[in-house]
Write a protein that binds this ligand. Sequence first.
Ligand code: PMV
Length: 355
Amino acid sequence: KIIENGSVSWESPSNIALIKYWGKKKDQIPENPSISFTLNNCKTITTLTYSKKEDTSKFEFDVFLDGEKKDSFKSKIEIFFKRIEAYLPFLKDYYFKIDTKNTFPHSSGIASSASGMSALALCLMSIEKELVDVTLSAAKRSFNNDYFTKKASFLARLGSGSACRSIEGDLIVWGANKTVAEASDLYGVKYPHEVHDNFKAYQDTILLVDKGEKQVSSTVGHNLMHGHPFAQNRFKQAHDNFEVLKPILQSGDLNKFIALIESEALTLHAMMMTSMPYFILMKPNTLEIINKIWQFRESTGLHVGFTLDAGANVHVLYPKNESAEILEFIKNELVAYCQNGHYICDEIGFGANQL
Ligand code: PMV
């Protein structure tokens, strides 16, 4: 039996790194291990409709965002298809309609590549599973959930590195390292060691400081780590920070946690400022917010900290049981620095779901 056509839908979340991935080798292999919180509310919902076609010499697909055709997304997906064709041999046998939407505003400065690429990878895995189910009964036996999840993460990585950390939750490690023996450069795995209850339902309020397009893409940023004067020390530091983080996650020491993640965020931006060419993605309001957070923490002793990804927005991280006072502070003092007063309340989540 040949599958002529069908349709599959997945929703997949964004994630925020605690120890940052910045710098990669060939084939999307990270220079250092990273670990992230999977988010809960910021997600991409993708429906992939497929129909068998005659001409199997090229990829054929269309992309729609919020129901509108988006030809500008096609080149990125064409590159993704080329990279994964060897692992999904059916890609040229079908015409694909990719229908996608995000739960967060499109040009919010929140990268949709992690959620978007992981949702697409999962849809493609569902098709592969269907095909295996009808064609290869022997292969089907080895096609278990673990294989499905790992391969989806492996494929997502080839779309956007950090996307491999969005398939599951709540703490995901990507990149071989000695603190997490089961970690791999090829896909994300769940953090296997003990995690204190302090980190359950950890909150992430994302302050949208600048919703414009980034001046420097993460692809360019990763590449600038080649020949970067501090690259080797930075890669070593990320490994060392895994050793530092492990007892923090176990004991629930929030002060040490904050010190580690804020240092990681500023180091990421320090790498950008010290590359050649150099660049700055933070905005004046990013620094205003950071200073306010530090003052508030100093005066209240509450456990509020920040991290940044490759942009001006600030992720404000804090434990659930302190959220009443901290959210008050965010609304009263920080939202004024957001573009049009926009911010998103999110928290740690558990990964993608098939719809
Ligand atoms: O997945 P990429 O290639 O867009 O890189 C993302 C890198 C950071 O978001 C800055 C850090 C990380 O680990 O997610």
